[in-house]
Design a protein around this ligand. Structure first.
Ligand SMILES: [Zn+2]
Length: 309
């Protein structure tokens, strides 16, 4: 699946430049460097464009950052970094710190679909890595402090008898389009806006294949049994660090029984019902039915099924 939101980061990740500390130091001193600022879950955005710092402002951001990650090199061979400046105080009105850059601090989940795809992918990549750093400050094996290495792509336990290295996490989740002839199984989560329905999804558990996770999740959440499980693409989902792995599956049995602990409701919708009754007009007003945001793999999976009519 091509061109899903948060995929195809427009950088050479330059893996070979991560390991050597002196190389990293000289990249950080490069006058050409670009820096993606990140402050307490928020990214800097102006008029639907991601804001990167360069020149002296980039150097200042690196000086202020609690964590720095080397993201790679852009198409003009300039090093690009992400900088977590969450230690800075915000403004009196509750907004993020004024860095002298244009733009306002905004949550990526709300504005990702409005950005050029490459910029959304860049912010997602930066965000996923910086959140991982914050959660990996102490060794999961022995509890000692850890230190960033390899340009921010490894954390090293500082207890020399433990010495464990940890790596950025990506948590696999399956997302599945279950159909039965001209009907599709959709569900609602209690925390979603009124009227929104989507395909089922769930985290992969230890000791199961992706296909087993699809089968188990559908059965647990709805009571429906599935077969013909087929891979259908994937999407990085940096909230905070998942990858959504898409599958189609065919219902072959069971009785629809939405699990009250897992979801608010689950129903079969025919193609005709979706085409006639779902639209974007009432998103957020609670007076109509609508599908997940454009750019999400869930939206793509449903649209592809509708288009195959
Ligand atoms: Zn340790």
């Amino acid at each position: 699946m091509n061109n899903v939101l948060y995929s195809t980061v427009p950088l050479d990740r330059a893996h070979d430049l991560r390991r050597d500390a002196q190389t990293q130091e000289s990249l950080r001193r490069s006058p050409e460097k670009q820096v993606v600022p990140y402050w307490r879950e928020l990214s800097l955005v102006a008029e639907a464009n991601a804001i990167l710092a360069h020149g002296t402002q980039a150097a200042e951001l690196l000086d202020l950052a609690r964590e720095i990650v080397f993201l790679g090199k852009d198409g003009e061979d300039r090093p690009v970094f992400a900088a977590d400046i969450s230690d800075l105080a915000g403004e009196a009105d509750g907004s993020g710190p004024n860095l002298g850059l244009s733009g306002t601090w905004q949550g990526l989940r709300g504005i990702g679909a409005l950005l050029p795809p490459g910029e959304a992918a860049l912010l997602g990549y930066a965000r996923a890595l910086l959140i991982w750093h914050r959660r990996a400050r102490f060794c999961g094996t022995c509890g000692a402090p850890t230190e960033s290495r390899d340009g921010g792509h490894v954390r090293q336990c500082l207890d020399t008898t433990c010495n464990t290295q940890s790596h950025p996490r990506t948590d696999p989740a399956v997302i599945m389009r279950v159909t039965d002839r001209d009907s599709i199984l959709l569900h609602r989560q209690p925390n979603w806006p009124a009227g929104q329905w989507s395909v089922l999804a769930g985290f992969v558990e230890p000791g199961e294949t992706l296909e087993e996770a699809v089968s188990r999740e559908v059965r647990e959440e709805t009571g429906i049994l599935v077969a013909d499980i087929a891979y259908g693409g994937s999407q990085p989902w940096p909230f905070p660090s998942s990858i959504m792995i898409a599958f189609s599956a065919r219902a072959v049995g069971g009785t629809l029984t939405p699990c009250p602990h897992e979801l608010e409701d689950a129903r079969w919708f025919t193609r005709d019902t979706i085409l006639a009754e779902f639209d974007e007009k009432h998103r957020g007003t609670g007076t109509g039915l609508f599908l997940p945001t454009k750019g999400s793999i869930a939206h793509r999976m449903i649209e592809d099924w509708l288009a195959a009519y």
